[in-house]
Write a protein that binds this ligand. Structure first.
Ligand code: NAD
Ligand code: TYD
Length: 336
């Protein structure tokens, strides 16, 4: 029987993953280890509070004592989601990114060695590959070329993971996924920021010319990929996941306006993000061929469901758009 340490389980993808895995596997036990930063929210898993196979421990992945205490709960596997995850925040201050994403990963890898695990899964990102031109795709062998402090910290973590596999034989797997969307995403990322602003008739800030391209995947498709990589991934391997759904930001923005019945006058073109990666696009054929995985949620369906989720969770949104959020928003966007 598996008792999995899921780090960062109170964030967007981690909370979706825990809910998904507990329902998909009637035997798995999950210990959710999360520091509850600005992005971590116990309300994201309120429905699981009394679940017999779920437990929450508050702790910091960069703190060895916290991590050792969690590992002493009979952990058999680690799935490491915890991270500082927002590019724009990493441009304001890269310190927390290096601490959590690099040192936190090193601490977890040491703990995985010390306690022994069946599998260590590192949740990485397609952003470690850098930026594409108008053609081509990221494969697992594309050289790492991170451009933002966020993606540099994630790439550094990936290199440590591969070194621990190579040097110590740790049974690691790395997943690199494209941009996720879905319920419980913190409204600093494009889709939830724009939906929640538009629901309140607030303007939406499009960076630069708006023709930067992202490859969108529903969070549950990512969760299914992480499960497959955990169960069937070969130690030492990397698996890319993507939605085969490329879209320029301005096209996505106009689609959101249309679905929400809002006027295009709410679009604000603002100064571009420094170092803004032009295009991400994932070749996920390795995961399709070797893990039996494929993205299942059509973008139109997933996006409509996501909009409906935010419409019915405005109290959740209001609790997040607190004083700290307003300060961040002001610093990032000023007056729109
Ligand atoms: P998120 O920001 O929503 O959640 C991060 C979680 O990690 C929060 O619950 C936070 O409290 C926790 N955390 C942060 N620092 C911590 C620390 N020092 N110790 C313990 N917990 C800490 O992030 P997300 O969007 O759910 O992303 C999860 C993972 O997936 C990240 O590793 C990210 O790089 C990766 N990823 C995200 C996307 C995406 O589109 N969101 C795409 C590919 C990969
Ligand atoms: P984001 O959701 O921050 O994800 P990432 O930078 O990790 O891809 O941004 C997605 C795209 O949307 C990216 O090209 C930047 C752009 N963007 C805006 O145009 N305006 C915004 O306010 C934000 C947050 C993002």
């Amino acid at each position: 029987m598996a008792r999995v340490l899921v780090t960062g389980g109170c964030g967007f993808i981690g909370s979706n993953f825990i809910r998904y895995l507990l329902a998909a596997d009637a035997t798995v036990e999950i210990v959710n280890f999360d520091a509850l930063t600005y992005a971590g929210n116990l309300a994201n898993l309120a429905d699981l509070q009394d679940h017999p196979r779920y437990r929450f421990i508050r702790g910091d992945v960069a703190d060895r004592d916290d991590v050792r205490m969690a590992m002493q709960q009979g952990i058999t596997d680690i799935i490491h989601f915890a991270a500082e995850s927002h590019v724009d925040r990493s441009i304001h201050d890269s310190g927390p990114f290096v601490r959590t994403n690099v040192i936190g990963t090193q601490v977890l890898l040491d703990a995985a060695r010390e306690f022994g695990v069946n599998k260590y899964v590192q949740i990485s990102t397609d952003e470690v590959y850098g930026s594409l031109g108008e053609t081509g795709y990221f494969t697992e062998t594309t050289p790492l070329h991170p451009n933002s402090p966020y993606s540099a910290s994630k790439a550094a973590a990936d290199l440590l993971v591969q070194a621990y596999h190579h040097t110590f034989g740790l049974p690691t797997v790395i997943t690199r996924c494209s941009n996720n969307y879905g319920p419980y995403q913190f409204p600093e990322k494009l889709i939830p920021l724009f939906i929640t602003n538009l629901l309140q008739d607030q303007p939406v800030p499009v960076y630069g010319d708006g023709w930067h391209v992202r490859d969108w995947i529903h969070v549950l498709d990512h969760c299914r990929g992480v499960e497959a990589a955990w169960r069937y991934g070969r130690p030492g391997e990397v698996y890319n996941f993507g939605g085969r759904c490329e879209m320029p930001n301005i096209v996505l923005t106009k689609l959101l306006l249309k679905l929400l019945g809002k006027p295009e006058s709410l679009i604000r073109y603002v100064a571009d993000r420094p170092g803004h990666d032009r295009r991400y696009a994932i070749d996920c054929s390795k995961a399709e061929q070797t893990l039996g995985w494929r993205p299942q949620v059509p973008f139109e369906t997933g996006l409509a469901e996501t909009i409906a989720w935010y419409q019915t969770h405005m109290a959740w949104v209001a609790s997040i758009k607190n004083k700290d959020y307003v300060n961040y928003y002001q610093k990032q966007y000023g007056q729109l």
